[in-house]
Design a protein around this ligand. Structure first.
Ligand code: NI
Length: 178
């Protein structure tokens, strides 16, 4: 197990299209996923994608219980998602604040689709097929964007709502989670 350095925006490795995982239930994949959860927890993140630790594979991990800013948001279950595919379920969008471990110290308002279906595999190759909405759908879209070289600032439409966390949210308890 190891905590990895998280690459920051500007590193060209964050702009790659991640390669699909071809072999499941392998020690290498298990170790990658363990390291991703450990790195995410150390950084107090709610999600992490393999490209953020320099690994060019389509793997994301997520997990979220609750926080002050989203007291009513349903928890995002602890999820390993390999080779994910998102299907958008309707044109409705919603805006909310996001942060990213690869863009430390900043937050921005990002439009995301309200309702999605996502599919993929766990580390053993078992299929995952879920409908998600609201914050859960937002986290999935944010993390899967990392697999196509997109960081959330590239999705911002209104740059008057993008800035330093310490100025936008002087009270750290109200700061959006990355
Ligand atoms: Ni991110």
């Amino acid at each position: 197990m190891a905590i990895h350095e998280i690459l920051k925006m500007g590193d060209p490795r964050l702009l790659r299209i991640a390669k699909p995982v071809l072999a499941f239930n392998t020690p290498a994949l298990d170790e990658l996923i363990r390291d991703m959860f450990e790195t995410m927890a150390a950084a107090e993140g709610v999600g992490l994608a393999a490209p953020q630790i320099g690994v060019d594979l389509a793997v994301v991990v997520m997990g979220f219980e609750s926080n002050g800013r989203y007291p009513d948001a349903p928890a995002v279950p602890e999820t390993i998602l390999v080779n994910p595919v998102i299907e958008v379920l309707g044109p409705e969008e919603e805006e909310d604040w996001e942060g990213c471990l690869s863009v430390p110290g900043m937050n921005g308002v990002v439009p995301r689709f309200s309702r999605i279906r996502y599919r993929g595999f766990d580390a053993q190759g078992q299929a995952i097929d879920r409908i998600a909405e609201g914050f859960h759908a937002r986290v999935v879209q944010h993390e899967c964007d990392h697999l196509i070289g997109k960081l959330y600032p590239m999705r911002i439409r209104d740059f008057s709502r993008f800035g330093y966390s310490s100025s936008l949210f002087p009270d750290p308890a109200t700061r959006p989670r990355d």
